[in-house]
Design a binder for this molecule. Structure first.
Ligand code: FES
Length: 162
């Protein structure tokens, strides 16, 4: 038969266990949501207006500066970045990532040679991004891009060339 002490002890044990379960749930539920639910901002592709296509001259690359949101883990970073955009013809515009595919140096357009030149290890790329010389292992990487209402929109991802 239970005495008043054992009943009181039983009550305290149950209360402590219940409190422990409550604290565990209070910690576990937000942690599970943080780990398992993707933020809405990561689901929506970000397209940024980068240039007026009518201002671009065919096969004369222009370096454009634009701001974009970049997802780094769970942080969203609003950063300024650049792209080399080339109007290939009246129908298509290509946006190259600004870094050399060798070790990531910034390259530039040489208007006299009509090539992209990387000053670090002298890789040379053609206007359509192909490697012409130097140690670069692959053509220039490209941003996803599309033209809408005469504006060049640049996508969030860099597409690695093969
Ligand atoms: S980083 Fe451009 S050639 Fe090495």
């Amino acid at each position: 038969m239970e005495t008043p002490e054992t009943t009181r002890r039983g009550f305290y044990v149950a209360a402590i266990q219940g409190l422990g379960a409550l604290i565990g749930a209070a910690l576990a539920v937000p942690a599970a949501i943080y780990l398992l639910v993707r933020p809405r901002s990561q689901k929506e592709p970000q397209w940024v207006e980068a240039a007026d296509v009518n201002q671009l001259k065919v096969k004369q690359p222009e370096e454009v500066v634009f701001r974009r949101k970049r997802i780094d883990g769970w942080r969203t970073i609003n950063e300024k970045t650049t792209a080399w955009v080339v109007k290939m013809d009246d129908q298509s515009v290509v946006a190259y990532a600004p870094n050399c595919t060798h070790l990531g140096c910034a390259y530039h357009w040489d208007a006299q040679q009509m090539n992209f030149l990387c000053p670090c290890h002298t890789s040379v790329f053609s206007v359509d991004g192909k490697v012409l010389a130097g140690p670069a292992p692959r053509p220039l990487d490209r941003y996803a891009s599309r033209v809408e209402s005469g504006k060049l929109l640049i996508g969030p991802t860099i597409e690695k060339s093969a």
